[in-house]
Design a binder for this molecule. Structure first.
Ligand code: HEM
Length: 518
């Protein structure tokens, strides 16, 4: 019997209907009582979120309220967009959001050889062990013992800056200098190894490029194949992710093998992985050691420089001149003998610079959509029952620019953290919040504080001579890759003028003497 055109049309409609229904399912059913952003079949809200998730979600929050649900392909996501709602969901019952979701690209393609970082691991016994090991290695007393490394690396970057700016006649793009500062600090801590070459060193560039690429595969806003499984039939994304994995394996294996060889020969320097490998009581297996190494190499690599570089961009701008001057006066009044360069290694005694660090972290919020969480039990929010297994996104950018919490959030005002009020309690969500908050925040704070004290006492910073080199002073617009997990600052240049060459050369020489054995 021949099929009539009508039968074919009806059959097509039925097949399409069931296909759309099949592909339109979500991991968690619609949550009653929580506003839902209207979307389209299969894609959900992905098309509307586009490549600026943080700003689009912040706009929706104005219409739908601070917490709402969206559909990203087949994943239902609860988005929190205000300072207070983050506090309620992430901090009030921290155990409820202790886990992390898995995503196809990062977890099944990029991470098959070295395992997951701590920050991308779902909560289980292994994650607990790794987080505990990292937290112990990164707690306050441990970080204090690493200050010689920060002494060495901040000086190395400033020394090279001084050489390259040729007496102030050349404007400088600060990015590579502070990438090396952050990477070498992490490598020294983790492997007792540092990259000796200049900012063009091949290993430095390779690690920075690959980690940046991998960070894009980790992004919650970049990988539609994570949300729409049908898209995984296109092999291109998988191939790119695999290429990055191969390149990453190469240097991670090189670094770990080198450390093991040095331990065998007794020539290793004290470091976190060395301590673990040599500790007969350590309960971590090879895969867990690799995960910690991976975390240590990647966690501070984009985040610390992103803050420092954009902080420098602001300080050097016409608006930043007042802040630079005030910071300089505060440093001079705390250290009239000019020993801030050295004292910043043992104490944090300039509240204005501490406030400058906090405001930098808030204003630039370099992970605008914080690392995602998944709930391990039911959470009740404003009467809505959100089931266990739901994915949560913290819009840290929106929360850090929440005008019901911060006065003039779009202005860069370190003073907000000098007075209580805005500064009391959680200062900002740049480090996330609650049970899986950044484990490296003490280290990062010490790196930023030391770098600021040294940069501000060494130089005055000015706009570049060519207006085309001016930075973009907006936390979203400054980002060269809007869908990246961590802000990648668009290139810009700054003028550095030495305040007192003789003193600076003396401080550098003193660091050289102090750090000779490292
Ligand atoms: C300014 C620099 C940094 C920023 C802005 C930053 C930010 C963050 C954020 C937003 C998270 C997710 C927190 C959450 O889900 O609530 C995180 C996690 C993490 N960070 Fe950092 N981070 C920085 C530097 C570092 C450094 C230097 C290290 C260590 C070398 C580090 C180690 C970690 C670890 C281990 C986690 C995972 C915590 C977990 O999942 O249990 N971070 N960081």
């Amino acid at each position: 019997m021949a099929l009539t055109p009508q039968t074919i049309a009806i059959a097509t409609v039925v097949v399409v209907y069931f296909l759309v229904r099949y592909f339109n399912r979500t991991d968690v059913p619609k949550i009653k009582g929580l506003p839902e952003i209207p979307g389209v079949p299969i894609f959900g809200n992905l098309l509307q979120l586009g490549n600026k998730h943080a700003t689009v979600a912040a706009q929706w929050a104005k219409k739908y309220g601070p917490v709402f649900q969206v559909r990203m392909g087949n994943r239902r996501v609860v988005f929190a967009n205000s300072f207070d709602s983050v506090r309620q969901l992430w901090i009030k019952d921290p155990s409820a959001l202790i886990s992390r979701p898995t995503f196809h690209t990062f977890h099944s393609v990029v991470s098959t050889s070295q395992g997951f970082t701590i920050g991308t691991s779902p909560w289980d016994e292994s994650c607990k062990r790794r987080r505990k090991a990292a937290a112990t290695a990164l707690n306050r007393p441990a970080v204090q013992s690493y200050m010689p490394i920060i002494d060495l690396e901040s000086t190395a970057s400033i020394r090279e800056l001084l050489k390259d700016n040729k007496g102030g006649s050349v404007d400088i793009n600060p990015i590579a200098y502070f990438q090396r500062f952050a990477l070498n600090t992490s490598l020294m801590l983790n492997y007792g190894f540092r990259i000796e070459g200049n900012v063009d060193d091949a290993l430095l560039r390779e690690i920075c490029d690959v980690e940046r690429g991998v960070s894009n595969f980790r992004s919650t806003s970049n990988n539609w194949q994570d949300y729409i499984p049908l898209l995984r039939i296109f092999p291109k994304m998988n191939r790119e992710a695999q290429d990055f994995r191969v390149r990453r394996d190469k240097y991670l294996t090189f670094l770990l093998d080198m450390l093991k060889e040095r331990i065998a020969q007794g020539t290793d320097k004290p470091c976190i992985t060395g301590n673990i490998l040599k500790d007969p009581e350590a309960k971590l297996n090879e895969a867990e050691v690799k995960s910690i190494c991976l975390t240590m190499v990647s966690a501070g690599l984009d985040t610390v420089p992103g803050n420092l570089i954009m902080g420098i961009a602001y300080l050097a701008s016409p608006d930043g001149q007042r802040i630079q001057q005030r910071a300089y006066e505060a440093i001079m009044s705390a250290y009239p003998n000019g020993d801030a360069w050295e004292r910043c290694l043992v104490e944090e005694n300039v509240p204005y610079v501490t406030a400058l660090v906090k405001e930098t972290l808030r204003f630039w919020t370099v992970i605008p959509i914080c690392l995602p969480r998944v709930s391990t039990k039911e959470i009740v929010y404003n009467g809505a029952r959100i089931p266990a297994g739901t994915t949560f996104f913290m819009n840290a950018y929106a929360a850090d620019y929440d005008d019901s919490h911060f006065n003039n959030p779009y202005r860069f005002i370190p003073e907000r953290y000098l007075d209580q009020g805005e500064g009391s309690g959680t200062a900002h969500y740049a480090y996330g919040a609650g049970s899986r908050m950044c484990a490296g925040s003490h280290l990062a704070n010490r790196e930023l504080y030391t770098a600021y004290i040294r940069l501000i006492t060494a130089f005055t910073m000015h706009p570049a001579r060519d207006p085309a080199d001016a930075p973009i002073l907006d936390a979203i617009e400054c980002n060269a890759i809007p869908t990246a997990l961590t802000t990648e600052p668009k290139p810009f240049k700054v003028g550095f003028k030495v305040r007192d060459l003789e003193k600076l050369e003396r401080w550098i020489k003193e660091t050289d003497e102090r750090t000779r054995g490292l």
